[in-house]
Design a protein around this ligand. Structure first.
Ligand SMILES: Nc1ncnc2c1ncn2[C@@H]1O[C@H](COP(=O)(O)OP(=O)(O)OP(=O)(O)O)[C@@H](O)[C@H]1O
Ligand SMILES: [Mg+2]
Length: 301
């Protein structure tokens, strides 16, 4: 399928698919700063286009998709392909937007004051930039990953709207404005646990990473294990996609689980024929008791 054509290279020049087809590189691919996957990350053509459009429009790229479909790794790949530093802001249920800008360490200041430390009057010493602040303050353009934004409360994305639009914020305590020297490339991931506010969505370019087709999946596994035996991979993938297709399965195994399984099968010296007959190391792909029973039932094992 044309749309699923896989493009990957080491971050510049012609993509693998273009080389295969002998086609002219697109305008975006010809641009040195465009993203076309890396030697370790396989991106579909649609995903590459979304990354490049978000960069061109200078908007955050919001990535959704099933767990293990390469959302977090995409940011690493973009940073690597474009030769930029990656700053990761991991969002937890307790994370507040303010922490990404800066925190004022009043406790340390009080402590220093009690022990007669020098420079206690210099409040700037106690202002610690957060990940967003660090990205703005960087002398070079960076890639900023805001990972799992849906973990925080609903106010979190709304509280960041202004900063992400304007690429600046004001530090009240020191009367300093931190303005981005170079607009960071912002990649935001979400597992769709919560709906994000419309005002936030309006400001992002959205991309849903579809679950890889078998063709794309084969490429993905092969970047991790280039020497995997053809039949072993073929049979493992067949069983894997069959498990995913079982009705009522609670947790569908993901890309990362297939990669781990292929690794386990290789390490265990399992032959291609044994895969279907014995389902070796099934716990690497199936993680719930109920699913295990279902899988055994469906595969008559
Ligand atoms: N397109 C891909 N190319 C290469 N490796 C991939 C790809 N997609 C997934 N992987 C593999 O799967 C692993 C999991 O990817 P990643 O952690 O980025 O998933 P995720 O979507 O962020 O998952 P979660 O929602 O659980 O955080 C990666 O470490 C990598 O080994
Ligand atoms: Mg992730």
């Amino acid at each position: 399928m044309e749309q699923q054509e896989i493009l990957k290279n080491d971050g510049g020049g012609q993509s693998a698919a273009q080389e295969r087809k002998g086609a002219e590189p697109s305008a975006a691919a010809a641009d040195k700063a465009s993203f076309a996957g890396t030697g370790e990350y396989v991106a579909s053509e649609e995903l590459m286009a979304s990354v490049n459009i978000a960069i061109a429009l200078k908007k955050p790229l919001l990535i959704k998709g099933e767990p293990g479909t390469g959302k977090t790794m995409l940011a690493e790949a973009v940073a690597k392909a474009l030769g930029k530093r990656l700053i990761v802001w991991n969002i937890k249920s307790t994370t507040k937007a303010q922490e990404g800008l800066y925190v004022y360490d009043t406790i340390q200041r009080l402590y220093d004051g009690q022990f007669g430390e020098e420079g206690v009057d210099d409040i700037a010493r106690y202002i610690k930039l957060g990940k967003l602040g660090e990205a703005f303050d960087s002398d070079e353009q960076v890639v900023l990953l805001i990972d799992e934004i849906d973990k925080a409360d609903l106010e979190f994305p709304n509280d960041l709207l202004w900063e992400l639009d304007q690429m600046e914020f004001y530090i009240n305590e020191t009367k300093r404005t931190v303005k981005a020297k170079h607009r960071p490339i912002v990649i935001i991931t979400s597992n769709a646990e919560k709906e994000l506010p419309d005002a936030f969505l309006r400001r992002c370019i959205f991309h849903y990473i579809d679950f890889p087709t078998p063709e794309l999946m084969e490429e993905i596994v092969r970047v991790h294990y280039p020497n995997v035996e053809d039949n072993l991979l073929k049979n493992a993938m067949e069983v894997f996609y069959n498990i995913r297709a079982i009705r009522d399965i609670r947790k569908k195994p993901s890309t990362s689980e297939l990669i781990d399984w292929v690794n386990a099968l290789q390490i265990g010296g399992i032959s291609a024929d044994e895969i279907r007959a014995k389902l070796p190391f099934v716990g690497v792909v199936v993680k719930k008791d109920e699913d295990l029973e279902l899988v055994r039932h469906e595969t008559n094992l």
